[in-house]
Design a protein around this ligand. Structure first.
Ligand code: BG6
Length: 522
């Protein structure tokens, strides 16, 4: 989160038009984030939020519903009457048929009116919190009312998924670029707003000690694990068409990979940073179609037990086809073909209904080149590992070998750890808070550029193609509450490695094991 608001750093007067104002994203994420920004003093005096769409309700009911969302999902305590009243003054909505041009000229009039008393012209943010199918009519509608025209002041925000494959992403980019300049377009990947994800670059590039060993000479492999214990909840309609590869790997996991693998940009300028990320995506070795099964594994959960509760299988979920072949789990092995990373595998894995919600990056180092200690001292040896814990724990852990106290020579792993909650006070901002503020400030560093989005699709397109052509025969192939299908173990075992999930727990076990030894030896 940016450090402290003061008047100089507040964004200019802004009107947010949120398309999909009655939807889940607005309710769970956008409104709580805007409320928190307001409460923490980040918003300018002159700002307004206009919900646009099919609301079929009264303003009072709409506001009550929004407040309920804020109370439920905000990182801060429940809204106080006085605070909410102050915030709600900035909130309004308008009914609109989004496939009709009239809606956009009405919107234009409404925006003119709203900013009338303001000293300067407002920035206008058009936030599309809607299914991808609505991008086209809304973009065209905005153009019909010339709402794209104030190049410096009009911004469009597009949520993921950005298309459903490379071709559709290109089509969307073409469409958007006919109406908006690239610097007006903000393609959101909310993972990039997470504190711990942003910290990957700070950790790598603001410290001298890791960068010299951040390469193929010292690193054995990298794992990016994003495990979720939730199923698809009420998102069956969307998810059954998307699947884990499109929903998570194409965007969130590949973006994390870019942050781990990219070269240092000269400055922290938005385009500089994004150039370096695109370089990584372009360097990823294309997966040959005939070898997809050596590089990618998919899975779908069946019924099972999770945290003591019986949960249904994916095919029984609401709005999911009972014969669905959609994957709820995906693992891929990638290589980044450049000097720094030649030969180092990057394993990416994500799945729903896994035992825990844990996101972490694990960098495993190579063994020492020569072993000085006798074999009996090394019985508990573990490779050096750096873990970037993204959620729910937020921090960095370093596992290394140490001599156990006692007269005999015995080595075992220990951990050094940094946790945000211990090191810094206060709650870290939600990813959407950071991203919404960046949009208002026109800072696109944490957003996907046109070429970045396409390059990410390009990486997974061969897998998508082959998976679309060849139906899986074994679905469901993992039980809810387990770590995924056996094929994924095979994928990584072929390289002589294993998945490290969940490293935090594993490391704690390792350290506990040291204690056992130390007691035994004494
Ligand atoms: C979204 C995906 O982009 O990210 C969801 O569509 C997923 O399927 C979610 O659950 C995970 O985000 P977070 O921030 O809850 O880890």
């Amino acid at each position: 989160m940016k450090k402290k608001p003061n008047n100089e750093h507040k964004p200019e007067p802004t009107i947010f038009s949120i398309f999909g104002a009655a939807g889940d994203l607005c309710w769970r994420k956008l409104m709580p984030a805007l409320y928190n920004l307001f409460l923490d003093g980040w918003l300018p005096e002159e700002f307004a939020i206009l919900g646009v769409g099919h609301l079929h309700t009264s303003k009072t009911k709409y506001l009550d519903h929004m407040r309920e969302g804020v109370d439920q999902f905000s990182r801060q305590e429940k809204t106080k009457n006085e605070d909410w009243k102050r915030f709600a003054k900035h909130l309004d909505f308008m009914e609109a048929e989004l496939d009709q041009n009239q809606a956009y000229s009405d919107l234009s009039d409404r925006l003119d009116q709203m900013e009338k008393g303001w000293a300067v012209k407002a920035q206008r943010v058009f936030y599309l919190a809607m299914p991808p199918g609505m991008i086209e009519p809304i973009t065209k509608g905005l153009a019909s009312a010339r709402l794209n025209r104030r190049r410096e002041h009009a911004r469009i925000v597009v949520e993921k998924p950005f298309g459903s494959d490379l071709d559709s992403a290109r089509g969307l980019n073409q469409l958007l670029s006919q109406v908006f300049d690239e610097n007006q377009i903000f393609r959101i990947d909310h993972f990039l707003g997470k504190e711990t994800v942003q910290n990957i670059l700070a950790f790598r590039l603001a410290n001298t000690m890791f960068e010299p060993i951040w390469n193929r000479h010292y690193i054995d492999h990298v794992q990016i694990n994003v495990a979720e214990d939730l199923g698809v909840e009420h998102r069956g309609h969307y998810y059954d068409k998307a699947g884990a590869l499109r929903d998570m790997i194409q965007n969130h996991l590949l973006q994390i990979l870019c942050l781990v693998a990219m070269e240092a940009p000269i400055t922290f300028d938005g385009n500089e940073v994004r150039n370096k990320k695109v370089d990584v995506l372009h360097a990823i070795r294309p997966i040959p179609r005939h070898q997809v099964h050596d590089f990618a594994v998919r899975g779908q959960y069946g019924a099972g037990w999770l945290q003591g509760e019986h949960v249904r299988g994916y095919r029984e979920e609401e709005n999911v086809n009972p014969d669905s072949f959609t994957e709820t789990y995906a693992a891929v092995k990638l290589f980044v073909d450049n000097w720094r990373w030649q030969g180092v595998p990057f394993y990416l894995r994500t799945g729903k209904r896994l035992p825990n919600r844990i996101t972490e990056v694990s960098i495993q180092f190579r063994p020492v080149p020569h072993q000085t200690f006798p074999a009996r001292a090394l019985l508990d040896r573990q490779p050096n590992r750096l873990i970037i814990a993204i959620q729910p724990e937020e921090g960095i852990l370093l596992r290394f070998e140490s001599k156990l106290p006692g007269p005999s020579l015995h080595l075992a792993p220990v951990m050094m750890q940094f946790f945000y909650k211990e090191a810094f006070q206060g709650q870290p901002a939600d990813a959407y808070e950071t991203l919404l503020l960046d949009i208002m400030e026109g800072d696109a560093t944490l957003f996907m550029r046109e070429d970045q989005a396409e390059a990410a699709w390009q990486v997974i397109q061969p897998v998508l193609d082959v998976w679309d052509e060849q139906r899986p025969t074994s679905f469901p192939n993992y039980q809810a509450g387990t770590w995924g299908p056996e094929e994924a173990e095979v994928l990584i075992a072929k390289g002589g490695r294993t998945w490290t999930m969940p490293t935090i727990l594993q490391c704690q076990e390792d350290v506990a094991m040291c204690r056992v030894h130390s007691v035994r030896d004494d």
